[in-house]
Design a protein around this ligand. Structure first.
Ligand code: THU
Length: 152
């Protein structure tokens, strides 16, 4: 696949994941799709709770899935989409960027993967995409390398 085709497939997977969000409180459905080094795609969606502060973001849910499978060191790219399906079936026209906690969670996987991962922040229709390296979104991060846990 070309880089553009890979990005577009990840965005489509993230949109599909967003359809499985559990977001009855905010009504804001987010999907994340992680691309692993072997080409596999793992997705997640946000999970809200009646105790609002316990919410899990889509990116965090997806990272938990790869960590639980032993794949925390296999990440290369992520796409994120989000919006309000009651307003727009395609989840809006604005790219969604990862929150601060998710950037920290992504950094953990990125350092373990020895990859400055690509982060595609997309509108639901895939027409507006802003792509970054994680180091642009989250410079000077604290991570496992600061604890001496990343072997050369
Ligand atoms: N949300 C995510 O899933 N990822 C982010 O990076 C930002 C916010 C979710 C959390 C909550 O369920 C909803 O979006 C509104 O904040």
């Amino acid at each position: 696949m070309t880089d553009d085709a890979t990005r577009d497939a990840l965005i489509a997977a993230a949109r599909d994941a967003a359809s499985r969000a559990y977001a009855p409180y905010s009504g804001f459905h987010v999907g994340a799709a992680l691309l692993l080094k072997n080409g596999d795609v793992v997705t997640g969606a946000n999970v809200e709770n009646a105790s609002y502060g316990l919410t899990l973001c889509a990116e965090t849910a997806a990272i938990a899935k790869i960590a639980n499978e032993g794949w925390i060191g296999e990440l290369t790219e992520i796409a994120i989409v989000g919006g309000r399906p009651e307003r727009d079936a395609l989840l809006g026209s604005d790219p969604v960027h990862p929150c601060g906690r998710c950037r920290q969670m992504l950094n953990e996987a990125a350092e373990r993967s020895k990859t400055d991962i690509l982060v595609h922040c997309a509108s639901g229709d895939g027409k507006a995409v802003q792509s970054y390296r994680l180091s642009e979104l989250f410079p000077a991060a604290f991570g496992p390398k600061d604890l001496g846990l990343i072997p050369d």
